[in-house]
Design a binder for this molecule. Structure first.
Ligand code: KIV
Ligand code: ZN
Length: 521
C-alpha cells in the first residue's frame, strides 16, 4: 500500500524542497546537522513531504537523506530525488531504506529544448526511459513521484502522453514543473486543466506543481495550478531555490488560508511556525530575507505612513489582512517617520511611559517633525532625548543603587541587588538563576511587585572596542497586556540589563496609575 497522503478535494499537500531545490540556491549549501535542524522545523510546520536531497549527487546528500529519513519517522513522507537513470534510483532507494514513508522522485525533461539540446534523444526514447525509471523506483518503494522537467515549455500533447505513460508505469504523484519560470498563471492553469481532462488515470494520482520564480510568478502559478485541480504544491521556505527561487511556502499557504472564497482548499500547515522557520533557514544558509518579503519580511507588518498608522491603531484590519500572530510574527509595528501622524506619536510616547498634557505633547510633536525631517526613522531613544530624559521623563519609583553577581562554570549564578524607593528606603535582596541576568531579574522581582512577562531582550554595543558600552533594550508585558520598553547602558552588560529592567518596571508601575494611551481621532 502506498504511504503517499490520500488526496481529498479540499486538501492540498505541501511538499517542501528547501533541502533539495532550496539548497541549489547559490551559497545555500548546508551540512547534515543543519539539514536535520531544518527538517525538525518542517515537521513542526506539519509539511506532508520533505524532499531531503539528491542522494547520488554527493556522499553528504546521501547521508542527509538517510539521517532525515531515520529521524522524521511517520511524521512526513521523506522523498529523495533521482534522474531517470538506474544508478540514481538505486542510490535514492538505498538512502531511503530506513524511512517509514519513503518516496522516490524521478523524472526526465519533456520540452523540445531539453529533449533536443540537453538529453539529445527523441520524445519516444524519453517516454521509454521515464517508464523504465518509474518501474524501477516502484520495485523499491510504493510511493513514486514522476517529474516532467520543463513542463512549462513543453508541447501539451507530448506532456499528456508522457504523464499517461508514467501513471501507467506506477507513478503515484505526477509533478508538473515550470522549471524555467516561464509560465504565467492563466497559461499554467490551462496546462494543468488540460492534463486533468486529457490524461487517462490522472484521477487516481496526485497532481503536483513545482514553479520557479524567474518572472516573479512562482506563487501565482502554483495557485493557478491548484485552481485547476493540482493537490500538491512544491515549495521552499523563504522562496529559496535555483536561480530566482521556487514558490515560497509561506506565501502559497497563507494565500490558501486567507482566500477560502477563491481556492476552497486548505493545507494542514501550522502557520504560526513560519517566522521561526524563515529565521532558521536564513541563519543557516546566510541568505537574508528582504525586508519587504511577503509574510516573513521584517516590514511585513510595519506601518510607516501616518494615515495607515492612524488606521491600524484604531483597528488593525484597516491595513493588515493577516494577523501577525497567525504567522508567528511578534505583532504590528509602527515606524515613526516624517509621515507619521499624531496618533502614532502619542501611542509610542504612551508605550514608553510618557503621559503628557496636550500643550506638552504639541511641543514634542513639533520637535519630532523637525527631527524626522532630518532622520529617516525616529527611534525610541530619539524620542526620549526629545522629551528630555531628566526634566520630563516620568520619575523613578525604584532606583537601582547597586548590583552584584557571581557566576561561572561550574558555579550557581547568583545576584544581589539594592534598590532605593522614592521615599529613600534601601531594599536589598538576592536570588539565583539560570544565568547572571536571570538571577538579577529574579532578585529584582523579589523586591518589586509588578507581575510581567519579559517578551524581548536585546544587547547592542553603542561604542566600539573591548570597553564598549553595551545597551540593553527589553520589553515587558504587564498583566493588562500593555507593553513597556526599558533601556539601560553601561560598560558592564549585567548592569545594563539590571538598569533596563528597573527602567521598564518603573514605566509599568507609573502607567498603572496613569490613564491608558489616549484615543486620538
Ligand atoms: O525545477 C525542476 O524541474 C526540478 C525538478 C527536478 C523537479 O527541480
Ligand atoms: Zn526546481
Amino acid at each position: 500500500m502506498s504511504s503517499s497522503p490520500n488526496a481529498t478535494p479540499d486538501r492540498v499537500f505541501i511538499f517542501d524542497t528547501t533541502l533539495r531545490d532550496g539548497e541549489q540556491s547559490p551559497g545555500a549549501s548546508m551540512n547534515t546537522a543543519e539539514k536535520l535542524e531544518i527538517a525538525r522545523q518542517l515537521v513542526r510546520l506539519g509539511v506532508d513531504v520533505i524532499e531531503a536531497g539528491f542522494p547520488i549527487s554527493s556522499p553528504g546528500d546521501f547521508e542527509s537523506v538517510r539521517r532525515i529519513a531515520a529521524e522524521v519517522g511517520e511524521a512526513a513522507v521523506v522523498c529523495a530525488l533521482s534522474r531517470a537513470i538506474p544508478a540514481d534510483i538505486e542510490r535514492a532507494a538505498e538512502a531511503l531504506a530506513g524511512a517509514a514513508r519513503p518516496r522516490i522522485h524521478t523524472g526526465i525533461g519533456v520540452s523540445e529544448s531539453h529533449l533536443r539540446d540537453k538529453l539529445r534523444i527523441s520524445g519516444e526514447q524519453a517516454i521509454e526511459r521515464a517508464v523504465a525509471a518509474v518501474k524501477l523506483a516502484r520495485s523499491h518503494v510504493d510511493d513514486v513521484e514522476f517529474y516532467a522537467e520543463d513542463a512549462g515549455r513543453a508541447e501539451p500533447e507530448f506532456l499528456y502522453r508522457m504523464i499517461e505513460a508514467a501513471i501507467g508505469a506506477g507513478a503515484t504523484v505526477v509533478n508538473i514543473p515550470d522549471t524555467t519560470g516561464y509560465a504565467y498563471p492563466e497559461v499554467f492553469g490551462d496546462l494543468i486543466r488540460g492534463l486533468m481532462e486529457h490524461v487517462h488515470g490522472i484521477e487516481d494520482v496526485i497532481v503536483s506543481v513545482h514553479c520557479h520564480n524567474d518572472l516573479g510568478m512562482a506563487t501565482a502559478n502554483a495557485l493557478a495550478g491548484v485552481k485547476a485541480g493540482a493537490r500538491q504544491i512544491e515549495c521552499t521556505i523563504n522562496g529559496l531555490g535555483e536561480r530566482a527561487g521556487n514558490t515560497a511556502m509561506e506565501e502559497v499557504v497563507m494565500a490558501l488560508k486567507m482566500r477560502p472564497d477563491v481556492f476552497g482548499v486548505d493545507s494542514g500547515i501550522n502557520t504560526k511556525e513560519f517566522v521561526r522557520a524563515s529565521r532558521l533557514v536564513s541563519s543557516i544558509t546566510g541568505i537574508l530575507v528582504q525586508p519587504n518579503k511577503a509574510i516573513v519580511g521584517a516590514n511585513a507588518f510595519a506601518h510607516s505612513s501616518g494615515i495607515h498608522q492612524d488606521g491600524v491603531l484604531k483597528e488593525r484590519s484597516t491595513y493588515e489582512i493577516i494577523d501577525p500572530a497567525d504567522v508567528g510574527a511578534g505583532g504590528s509595528s509602527i515606524v515613526l517617520t516624517a509621515r507619521s501622524g499624531r496618533a502614532a506619536l502619542r501611542h509610542r510616547l504612551a508605550e514608553l511611559g510618557y503621559a503628557m498634557e496636550d500643550a506638552e505633547f504639541e511641543r514634542v510633536h513639533e520637535a519630532f517633525l523637525e527631527l524626522a525631517d532630518k532622520k529617516k526613522e525616529v527611534y525610541d531613544e530619539d524620542l526620549e532625548a526629545l522629551v528630555g530624559e531628566t526634566e520630563r521623563m516620568i520619575g523613578e519609583v525604584y532606583h537601582l543603587e547597586q548590583v552584584h553577581v557571581s557566576c561561572g562554570d561550574p558555579g550557581i549564578p547568583t545576584a544581589t541587588v539594592e534598590l532605593i524607593t522614592q521615599d529613600g528606603a534601601h531594599l536589598i535582596d538576592s536570588s539565583h538563576g539560570n544565568g547572571p541576568v536571570d538571577a538579577v531579574y529574579k532578585a529584582i522581582n523579589r523586591i518589586v511587585d509588578a507581575p510581567n512577562d519579559l517578551t524581548e531582550f536585546s544587547v547592542q554595543s553603542v561604542t566600539r572596542g573591548i570597553d564598549a558600552v553595551g545597551e540593553v533594550t527589553i520589553r515587558v508585558k504587564g498583566e493588562d497586556g500593555r507593553t513597556f520598553t526599558g533601556r539601560g547602558a553601561h560598560p558592564d552588560i549585567i548592569v545594563s540589563s539590571a538598569k533596563a529592567y528597573v527602567n521598564a518596571l518603573n514605566r509599568l508601575l507609573l502607567a498603572a496609575e496613569a490613564p491608558g494611551p489616549p484615543a486620538e481621532v
